[in-house]
Design a protein around this ligand. Structure first.
Ligand code: BGP
Length: 486
């Protein structure tokens, strides 16, 4: 910059590679609304919220969500204002195929056509997830991921998507966080289909991994220019203490939550120790030899990692219990509980910094996770596909405040900055990190937390016609993007 007194230099402490993707992320069911409009079929989540409103904080549901389905042009304009060069979103399977199979819903097809075209016209690269947990209800009623046929239905759905949008989408992900999707659906039973069965969990996970592997094959066999990967959470797991019992618990938890999913995807096989453990408990999935052959090394073009908080595993698990803090009251009575009798339980870090929803803020965990992705396959392109913090943001229109401070979410700025610093460090160590998608573009339907837990760069005013307001963090992030660093 030139000033009257000569040039001034702005030193960037954290400069990023020049082709780095800066974006934010959403998922269809969490933002779109229009749940039963324009030909969309019901998803397992629409049904769950209707059948069991009491299980969702303040009985919230995704029927209207952020009404993104109707306000998409305005939302894309805001993404562009915020200078993003990437945006991660998911396609709603039941919007495209209301019954999960069969005929396409032309209005759904046209909606994503418009979204993709608008993004591209605005210079924003779409990163599209095929499955972010909104299974078509019709398939759920036939056994969902527990049914082997869901694999074939998923692959057929994916092929429709590649044919419809493959010419314009540079990055595809098959499934968002298969591990948490399965754990919450079949172990904690906090998410639909709300089953408590390790056997069914492991079977459903196997089908999901098969669906992923076959979809990757189909994509690569087709004539597409883009890249395809998967989005894993890869939660960092530490032993609660250095006792041998806790170290064994951490190894088991890491195996069940992480390696059971990462190994088939990146190494082409299930981890032997966990395979044996499940065999001992008669929990192995039914499978054909052919299916195991679908897991191959080097099949994915990139890996997406989602990171929120780490886990500390203790071997002192005398009960089976699961609980999530959905109130955001920072109340010890409401602390998150995850305990599997005889296996492991997660405990708090006594030195940890925690959010009001009892999630620890620990950026170093992301660094280790990135290093781990690199150690699985050196040089693999890695995208941080989700990372963010749930807060109780508030609107404040005091006349003394500039527009940039109507929602003062400094904590989010600090959170993102801390995580970007470790990404920068990972890059310096040679990890091939290609982009960062903050969770989330906008405050949204936070699963069983409903709407109180706000994650967005955009504040959604639920008392006033879902009006969008840019938060302070969005201006900060825009400057990071414009400077390609901070
Ligand atoms: C991830 C999901 C997202 C998102 C996020 C925050 O696991 O992929 O969809 O919701 O977690 O979680 P929550 O909304 O439960 O606080």
């Amino acid at each position: 910059h030139l000033t009257d007194s000569g040039p001034t230099y702005h030193f960037m402490n954290y400069q990023f590679p020049k082709d780095f993707i800066w974006g934010s992320a959403t998922a269809a069911i969490q933002i779109e609304g229009a749940a039963s409009e324009a030909g969309k079929g019901p998803s397992i989540w629409d049904d769950y919220c209707q059948q069991h409103p009491e299980r969702i904080f303040q009985q919230a549901n995704p029927a209207i969500a952020c009404d993104h389905y109707h306000r998409m042009p305005e939302d894309v304009a805001l993404i562009q204002q915020m200078a993003h060069n990437g945006y991660r979103f998911s396609l709603s399977w039941p919007r495209l195929l209301p019954q999960g199979t069969g005929a396409l819903n032309s209005k759904g097809v046209a909606f994503y056509d418009r979204l993709i075209d608008r993004l591209l016209a605005a210079g924003i690269a779409p990163n599209v997830t095929l499955y972010h947990w909104d299974l078509p209800l019709a398939l759920a009623q036939q056994g969902g991921w527990g049914n082997r046929q869901t694999v074939d239905h998923f692959v057929a759905y994916a092929e429709h998507c590649f044919r419809l949008y493959g010419d314009r989408v540079p990055h595809w992900a098959t499934i968002n966080e298969p591990a948490w999707s399965i754990l919450n659906g079949y172990v904690t039973a906090l998410h639909p289909p709300c089953v408590h069965s390790y056997k069914q969990a492991i079977q459903a996970a196997h089908h999901m991994l098969c669906a992923h592997a076959l979809t990757i094959q189909k994509y690569h066999q087709g004539d597409h220019n883009g890249q395809i990967g998967i989005v894993l959470n890869m939660s960092t797991v530490y032993p609660a203490t250095q006792s041998s019992q806790d170290r064994a618990a951490a190894q088991l938890a890491d195996g069940a939550l992480n390696r059971w999913f990462i190994d088939p995807v990146l190494l082409g096989r299930y981890p032997e120790d966990i395979w044996q453990y499940y065999a001992d408990w008669d929990l192995l999935p039914e499978h054909s030899g052919e299916e195991l052959g679908w897991f191959t090394e080097d099949s994915i073009d990139f890996i997406g990692v989602n990171y929120y908080y780490p886990h500390y595993a203790s071997g002192d698990a005398t009960t089976t219990q699961f609980h999530l803090n959905t109130t955001g009251e920072n109340d010890p009575q409401q602390d998150c509980v995850f305990s599997i009798k005889g296996a492991f339980k997660f405990v708090k870090n006594p030195q940890g910094r925690y959010t009001d929803w009892d999630w620890e803020i620990y950026p170093e965990g992301l660094l280790q996770l990135l290093q781990r992705a690199e150690s699985y396959r050196p040089g693999i392109p890695v995208y941080v596909t989700e990372n963010g913090i749930g807060l109780q943001d508030q609107l404040d229109f005091s006349p003394s405040l500039p527009v940039q401070q109507h929602v003062d979410d400094q904590e989010r700025i600090d959170f993102v900055a801390e995580h970007l610093k470790v990404i920068h460090q990972a890059l310096a160590e040679g990890v091939n990190v290609k982009g960062y998608y903050m969770w989330s573009l906008m405050d949204n339907f936070s699963w069983i937390n409903g709407y109180k837990k706000r994650y967005g760069f955009l504040y959604i005013d639920r008392d006033n016609n879902l009006q969008r307001y840019r938060k302070k963090s969005s201006y900060w992030y825009q400057s990071v993007i414009e400077n390609n660093g901070f």
